[in-house]
Design a binder for this molecule. Structure first.
Ligand code: BES
Ligand code: MN
Ligand code: ZN
Length: 503
């Protein structure tokens, strides 16, 4: 998808599909309030076109609601698509992101290949933030997961043009627009990885994809395998990896800007990269097991985030680490009752081989500290318990440090991704104390997302650390107007924003 930013009035625009947003200006105070849709542009050309349509009562401007007008006489555009953005009083970049995605997803099945999106103007709405969100939303909407259909028709949008009318702060809008392109592309890069099935994306192949991305973006990258994992004494990571005929991959990506202060922070992004999770000897039920191809979504988010960071160039050092393996049952597989000695020296009693994510991350987090990380963030499709707790709306976030969490909260205000903080308190630690060793890899039925996080906390130790459990939101189970069913690319935008907050 090519993108372009124009500062122009609408009247003279040639467009296949001109998209203008509308919001509902009615207030809830009014009794039996019927919607009062208003167009979110001050450009006079559109105003006359829309009147009958908006006053018809057929369109209430709810989020992503669409209304198509064909060949409006007053405009040069072939079609005018009005997209709802919800209540005018609550309008924010979040709704604009969705509306842009919905516009693109309106165009795609109709084989409309060019979309011209008018940036909405409304009191108090930051035009730069809206420009960024619109571009992100367009990329998100443009992605479809049907990669392997033999009769696949690529209907992706060729050209997405953003039009700023009125008096925009040009440099700010231009910069935000550029950021939107980088983040949208990077999120889709992650989604393409997550979409790949286990046979087409083994740990080795994930390593190759990461290395290729790094080469393209000019980032140093090393991809290690069995020998290095053994040499580093990553006994927890190896315990999982040993069961598969596919060799594991330890991916290390670096972003080292020359202009970062010498004694500044070093941020490490650590991702779970299980390319397929059968559960191992504690094998999962066959129903739904196919979904476990997305068990590398945390790792893929880190690779996508590194891609965006390479382009956005914040003045802060970042290390990306992905611990990738396949969790398989076999004659070589680790077993319940086994004791694995992690790189940190901690003895882990394996109660359930299906709790493999925390095993690989334990060594990933410890290694990150050895490489000099001062701040850690990990992302993982870690627990079904997190899905039980928060459903498919919010991901879980855990923190051992208030300052890191504050940075993350600020990042969420920009990314508009949904994370809900869950507790990490000492009482939960008792649930993972082992009789034979230091800790067990499961803490029983209750509070499963928390005990998994407590396990990871042992390895982050004193280093400020955030843990993102994205099990419930890494895969969109039901398509929405702005996003296809399939990989969501969640966490990329939030992680990148978090990194930038340390600049
Ligand atoms: N990859 C799964 C978690 C998961 C579940 C991701 C659902 C996405 C959707 C993880 O490795 C796992 O199997 N966790 C177990 C842990 C348990 C054995 C303590 C779980 O959640 O059941
Ligand atoms: Mn598992
Ligand atoms: Zn898993």
């Amino acid at each position: 998808m090519k993108t372009e930013l124009k500062f122009e009035s609408i009247e003279s625009l040639q467009a296949e599909l001109l998209v203008v947003l509308a919001a509902d200006a009615s207030t809830s105070k009014e009794k039996n309030a019927i919607a009062k849709p208003i167009l979110l542009t001050r450009d006079s050309a559109v105003a006359s076109v829309d009147k009958p349509a908006l006053q018809s009562g057929e369109f209430s401007a709810t989020v992503c609601e669409t209304l198509l007008l064909y060949a409006p006489a007053e405009l040069k555009a072939k079609r005018l698509l009005i997209v709802g953005a919800g209540k005018a009083a609550k309008l924010s970049p979040a709704e604009v992101r969705k509306a842009a995605g919905a516009a693109v997803r309106f165009a795609k099945p109709r084989s409309i290949r060019q979309v011209t999106f008018v940036l909405p103007e409304h009191d108090g709405l930051d035009l730069a933030g809206v420009a960024r969100a619109a571009v992100e939303g367009a990329f998100v909407g443009d992605f479809d997961p049907d990669t392997y259909k033999s009769d696949r028709k690529d209907r992706s949008i060729e050209q997405f043009t953003v039009v700023a009318t009125g008096r925009a702060d040009k440099p700010a809008v231009e910069a935000a627009f550029r950021e939107g392109v980088i983040l949208g592309e990077s999120q889709n890069f992650t989604r393409a990885l997550v979409n790949e099935p286990g046979n087409r994306l083994t740990p080795t192949m994930l390593g190759e994809r990461a290395a290729a991305m790094c080469k393209e973006q000019g980032l140093p990258c090393e991809v290690y395998s069995t020998d290095k994992i053994k040499e580093l004494k990553m006994g927890a990571f190896w315990a999982v990896a040993q069961g598969s005929d596919e060799p594991p991959a330890l991916i290390v990506m670096r972003y080292e800007p020359k202009d970062a202060p010498k004694d500044g922070p070093v941020l490490a992004l650590v991702g779970k990269g299980i390319t397929f999770d059968t559960g191992g000897i504690s094998i999962k039920p066959s129903e739904g097991m196919e979904k476990m191809k997305y068990d590398m979504a945390g790792g893929a988010a880190m690779i996508g985030a590194m891609r965006a960071i390479a382009q956005l160039k914040p003045k802060v050092r970042v290390i990306g680490i992905v611990c990738s393996a396949e969790n398989m049952p076999s004659g070589k597989a680790y077993k319940p009752g086994d004791v694995a000695i992690a790189m940190s020296g901690k003895a882990i009693e394996v109660l359930n081989t299906d709790a493999e994510g925390r095993m690989v991350l334990a060594d990933g987090l410890h290694y990150a500290k050895q490489l000099g990380a001062t701040h850690l963030i990990d992302a993982a499709t870690l627990t079904g318990a997190c899905v039980v707790a928060l459903g498919m709306v919010n991901a879980g976030v855990f923190a051992n440090d208030e300052d890191s969490y504050e940075h993350f909260k600020k990042a969420l205000a920009v990314s508009n991704e949904r994370f809900w903080r869950l507790p990490l308190e000492d009482e939960y630690r008792e649930m993972i104390v082992s009789d034979i060793g230091d800790i067990k890899n499961t803490g029983g039925r209750y509070g499963g997302a928390i005990t998994a996080a407590m396990f990871l906390k042992e390895f982050a130790d004193e280093t400020p650390w955030l843990h993102l459990d994205i099990a419930g939101v890494a895969w969109v189970e039901e398509q929405k107007p702005w996003i296809a069913k399939g990989p969501s690319g969640v966490a990329v935008r939030s992680i990148v924003e978090w990194v930038r907050s340390y600049e």
